[in-house]
Design a protein around this ligand. Structure first.
Ligand SMILES: C[S@@+](CC[C@H](N)C(=O)[O-])C[C@H]1O[C@@H](n2cnc3c(N)ncnc32)[C@H](O)[C@@H]1O
Length: 762
């Protein structure tokens, strides 16, 4: 584990703590109920209690992961190791030695880092300022993702591979979704994105947070990605064309089961006290009691959606056994074919504590943990009032808790490796157990609208939901329309031929005349463009795409399937899911990735299609090689320095090459090279736009700034000339397009939400 500086933020003599969170009274970081409750749970040995509590009062170190393809990630990792760590070694600020960033030892391939300095140091120390600027730029372009160390754990234990069908049940704002996407794209190279055969559905019941999720995931464009906006505890059965072991989609649709499911469920969040200090004041144990039911139902639903040889990871950022071991125990007892997986040999550098087998829920807000079983508690309540009780049997340890292997769960405590608090459990079907998950949905009338009902005759545990709990749980309520749609989807799930309704959904997906089953869902549908659509044919011809371009997997975002503005690309599996399910029932927010857009090119020019910067890695493998120009570093420098350099301003041979090209979208490849200015350590490929007399690099401003900083260490843009050139061009070259300042803020409102995950948390 990285050594981080402790003690520097010791509580001041006047009982105040100054840190990035403002001046905080020591008394603000205490809560009698918290202490009484967790003391009663015996999760922390007596001799460590004070250290544990003190660690909760200290701010968290800043932690981040290097993302992107393996090649880019290792290049960036080396930059940190070889450039920034030496620069930051021995920085002295206000007479204190500030430690440099350190790798998080348990994170695979050394690609996660942490450092512990205040904002004051980041702003005023020239060395840290430089490092901070590097982090901000790389974060903006998606090469670095700021994420709490413990939150990186669940996707690691899920072990996603490119062919897996994955669902992230409670995904927003999406930091773990990003990790899952990266795993799905493990075969990407630095310049091209693979089209994985698998699938990732990221779901969240909160529509606003789902938009945030879309925004975050736009950094990792993937044809294998979908976002839905549903209550995970009653996630509907989806259909897809079945897949063989190589994941090629066959025709007969059947229930889509998942190989990997992440249940990072809503929780009371007391493991995040170090960063969310407001929790100190409002913490009370009934929150955990109230969430327990929803947590169990989400996990039970996941169990029914899993492929026979699949894996589920359940996680919370809570220390409360009622939200953790109690949920696991309840789910295991309702699905005895599942077991906890022993992952103790994975990530040996991660110091964790085993899950516990005994705990004592409180039956009262002011902490009463005296009841050792539900029976002893419920007997104290008059019979006519028992139905109103908010305490369930599953809040207590079950009688078989010793035989469930709960010690295989992982508890991560803040005082051990200077992290947040966290809980992770890994579940699989027992190897000697025949999977009982059938592809049949419960029949209407038998278990109507109860999508969590087991499909076999296994004992089932009912977790009632009180209206009070529903109010407390964000997104737990579902509109009648949603419930009806969900029940209907399950009801029409039959083996064999699809129902008339599904057939209609599938056939109309092409024509755009989809029946809207949930009128409350207002997003536009994704509709496949007919592969022989004339506009698509023009686009393929203009962009010089090869015959193996998957033109039958191109979507547009309108009900008619008209190739009006932007094209999205999906893989076969996503296509199959879209064609076999009503998009309003799925509440489908996004699918595939936007790759091409129509450029209205100005006076005297026909509209042209152009490849989007973020779409280029996906499209590149399909671009005929003669369409790709090769250029050298001096050309790149001019393109980076100037917004609209004139074609005539480039050195030969690029000058003649670009002048000979027609106006429109082009691609330039810049091989790795060394020059007097800098080293281009790996090949870069960018889209260009050629107007009548000028040419522009079509990458967004942030990506451009990050690249400039990486290559030159400082901003080399020429502002005065840039302005002059822009004005001059506007006057003489009406064909110059707008440069992409933002990666396609679009039709689907992708970028409306503010990015909350910036490295600078000011
Ligand atoms: C702990 S957060 C998830 C964090 C996320 N996995 C990440 O790493 O960024 C829990 C999420 O569950 C969502 N949620 C709450 N109730 C839900 C439900 N019934 N179904 C699906 N999502 C739900 C919340 O909106 C919230 O975004």
């Amino acid at each position: 584990m990285a050594k981080t500086r402790r003690g520097r933020r010791n509580v001041k003599k006047n009982n105040q703590q100054d840190d990035d969170r403002g001046t905080i009274e020591r008394a603000d970081m205490d809560n009698e109920r918290f202490t009484a409750y967790y003391r009663a749970q015996n999760i922390i040995p007596d001799d460590q209690w004070e250290i544990f509590m003190e660690s909760l009062r200290r701010p968290l170190p800043t932690t981040f992961r290097i993302t992107g393809s393996r090649e880019i990630a290792h290049t960036l990792g080396n930059t940190i190791k070889e450039t920034y760590v030496p620069l930051l070694n021995n920085v002295i600020f206000e007479d204190e030695v500030i430690p440099p960033p350190a790798q998080i030892l348990w994170y695979p391939e050394g690609l996660a880092w942490q450092f512990n300095v205040s904002k004051k140091v980041l702003r005023r120390s020239p060395e840290f300022k430089k490092f901070h600027s590097f982090l901000v730029h790389e974060t903006e372009v998606g090469n670095i993702s700021r994420q709490e160390a413990v939150s990186m754990l669940p996707p690691i234990f899920l072990g996603v591979q490119p062919h897996h069908k994955v669902i992230d049940m409670c995904a927003a704002p999406g930091s773990k979704t990003a990790q899952l996407l990266e795993a799905l794209h493990a075969n990407d190279t630095a310049t091209s994105t693979s089209i994985p055969p698998g699938l990732l559905i990221a779901n969240d019941s909160d529509a606003r947070r789902s938009h945030l999720l879309i925004h975050q995931s736009a950094r990792l464009p993937s044809p294998a990605f979908m976002v839905t906006n549903l209550d995970a505890s009653i996630y509907p059965v989806l259909r897809s064309g079945t897949t063989d072991k190589h994941r090629s989609v066959k025709k007969t649709p059947r229930q889509l089961l998942f190989d990997r499911i992440l249940c990072d469920v809503p929780c009371s969040g007391d493991g995040t006290l170090r960063k969310n200090i407001g929790i100190w004041k409002r913490w009370q144990p009934m929150d955990g009691n109230g969430l327990h039911g929803l947590q169990v139902r989400i996990l039970q639903r996941a169990m029914r959606m899993l492929e026979p040889d699949g894996r589920i990871v359940y996680s919370t950022c809570s220390l409360n056994p009622v939200e953790n071991e109690a949920v696991i125990a309840a789910a295991l007892n309702s699905n005895p074919e599942f077991e906890l997986v022993d992952v103790s040999s994975q990530l040996p550098e991660l110091i964790r504590r085993p899950g516990i087998t005994t705990w004592t829920p409180t039956v009262h807000r002011s902490i009463d943990t005296s009841y050792t079983s539900w029976n002893t508690f419920i007997e104290t309540i008059p019979e006519e009032k028992r139905a109103e009780s908010k305490m369930f049997e599953t809040h207590w340890p079950p009688s078989n808790s010793d035989s469930l292997n709960l010690e295989r769960c992982m508890r991560v405590y803040p005082h051990i490796q200077d992290t947040g608090g966290f809980f992770v459990a890994v579940l699989e079907r027992k190897s000697n157990h025949e999977p009982s998950t059938s592809t049949h949905a419960p029949k209407r009338g038998v278990e109507e609208a109860d999508v969590t009902a087991p499909e076999t005759k296994k004992p089932k545990l009912e977790i009632p939901i009180s209206p009070h709990q529903l109010d407390e749980v964000p997104g737990a309520n579902m509109s009648p329309a949603e419930s009806a749609a969900t029940a209907e989807i399950d009801t029409i799930m039959d083996e064999g031929e699809p129902t008339a309704e599904l057939s209609q959904a599938r056939s109309t997906a092409h024509t755009g005349k989809l029946k809207v089953s949930d009128p409350s869902f207002k997003e536009m549908p994704y509709t496949f463009v007919a592969p022989d659509d004339p506009a698509l044919a023009t686009c393929i011809q203009q962009l010089n795409l090869s015959s193996d371009f998957p033109s039958s997997n191109v979507l547009v975002r309108n009900p008619e399937g008209e190739a009006v503005r932007s094209f999205y690309l999906t893989n076969d599996l996503v296509k199959s899911v879209i064609l076999n399910n009503d998009y309003t029932r799925m509440r489908l927010m996004t699918s595939g990735t936007k790759v091409i857009t129509k450029q209205e090119a100005g006076r005297g020019m026909d509209a042209h299609f152009r490849i989007l910067g973020e779409g280029l890695p996906v499209i590149l493998p399909y671009v005929n090689s003669e369409a790709i120009m090769t250029a050298d570093f001096p050309v790149l420098k001019i393109l980076l320095q100037t917004y609209y350099p004139l074609c005539a301003s480039f050195p030969e041979p690029f000058k003649s090459a670009i002048e000979a090209r027609s106006a429109g979208s082009h691609i330039a490849r810049f091989p790795a090279s060394q020059s007097s200015d800098t080293t281009l350590s790996r090949e870069l490929v960018f889209p260009l736009w050629k107007s009548k007399i000028s040419v522009a690099l079509m990458i967004d401003k942030k990506a451009k700034s990050a690249l400039i900083l990486r290559l030159f260490g400082e901003d080399i843009t020429i502002p005065a000339r840039e302005q002059g050139t822009r004005k001059r061009l506007e006057a003489i070259d009406a064909t110059a397009p707008d440069q992409p300042n933002d990666p396609e803020v679009g039709e689907n409102g992708r970028d409306e939400d503010a990015d909350e995950d910036d490295i600078d948390t000011e």
